[in-house]
Design a protein around this ligand. Structure first.
Ligand code: G3P
Ligand code: MG
Length: 250
């Protein structure tokens, strides 16, 4: 098939909302990213016990909240009683876990685009892919650009494809890109690959772009490397450095 996927999104994407400047995957972080000129946010989404899509990176609550144990064992009401900001700094104490729905409202009101990374709790891959895709489809129905869905989990992407086939998808790869990446992208109906910077070369970027797929790279925190990757033809760059690597200074 002749593919030529177009990247309709901004080139610079704020990782987890505002990288490390504000508590990751919170509305406060997404506000900070927006205030620094970012027009696209990446954030991680999984399900609460009552199947509500919420923003959280780890399976466990311990690192980024005052809770303990596996987040998906708690309902949204139980998760909402926890503090997801104080671990970062006192300025953010009381920051709640955001629902995908509240983030959709903020990003739509502020004309900010989204990369929703589907980050299933281990064992919950297909159900998370399906629920997050259905929620995203409904929440962004009026958006100028639909959110980009991505995941390391092929099972999650497959379920997302079945549930909401028109939402764009990208496959995340943790380390070395497997040789059969074109077949994987074809099978999952993905527009491209979201790759780990440590495993990206110019030859690889050229090969992916030549086949008509997009490339986005995480997590790039040096301005010089951002420019190099864009020169090579990369479409998107995820960064933590939202106060120094700004879209208006590239
Ligand atoms: O989606 C890009 C990047 O966020 C993937 O790694 O661990 O930061 O979610 P991680
Ligand atoms: Mg992520």
């Amino acid at each position: 098939p002749s593919l030529n996927h177009h990247w309709p999104y901004p080139a610079l994407i704020a990782h987890r909302g505002a990288g490390k400047i504000a508590p990751e995957n919170t509305l406060a972080a997404i506000r900070v990213g927006t205030q620094n000129g970012f027009r696209m946010m990446e954030y991680d989404v999984k399900l609460s016990r009552d199947a509500v899509p919420v923003l959280l990176h780890d399976d466990q609550l311990d690192r980024t909240s005052n809770g303990q144990g596996i987040a998906s064992r708690l309902t949204l009401a139980e998760l909402s009683a926890l503090d997801f900001g104080a671990w970062h700094s006192s300025a953010y104490s009381g920051e709640p876990i955001p629902t995908l729905s509240s983030i959709a409202a903020f990003t739509l009101a502020n004309q900010v685009h989204s990369n929703i990374e589907i980050k299933p709790t281990t064992g919950d891959e297909a159900e998370t892919g399906r629920r997050v895709a259905l929620a995203a489809q409904a929440l962004w129905a009026q958006a100028s650009l639909p959110p980009l869905l991505s995941s390391f989990s092929e099972a999650a992407l497959e379920a997302a494809q079945q549930a909401a086939p028109t939402l764009p998808r990208a496959l995340l790869i943790e380390e070395d890109v497997p040789a059969d990446w074109p077949e994987r992208l074809e099978r999952l109906g993905c527009m491209g690959l979201n790759l780990n910077d440590r495993f990206v070369s110019q030859a690889l970027v050229q090969a992916i772009r030549q086949k008509g797929y997009t490339v986005a790279v995480w997590t790039v925190n040096e301005a010089e490397r951002v420019r190099e990757l864009l020169d090579w033809g990369c479409n998107g760059i995820f960064t933590d450095k939202v106060t120094t690597i700004r879209p208006d200074t590239l």
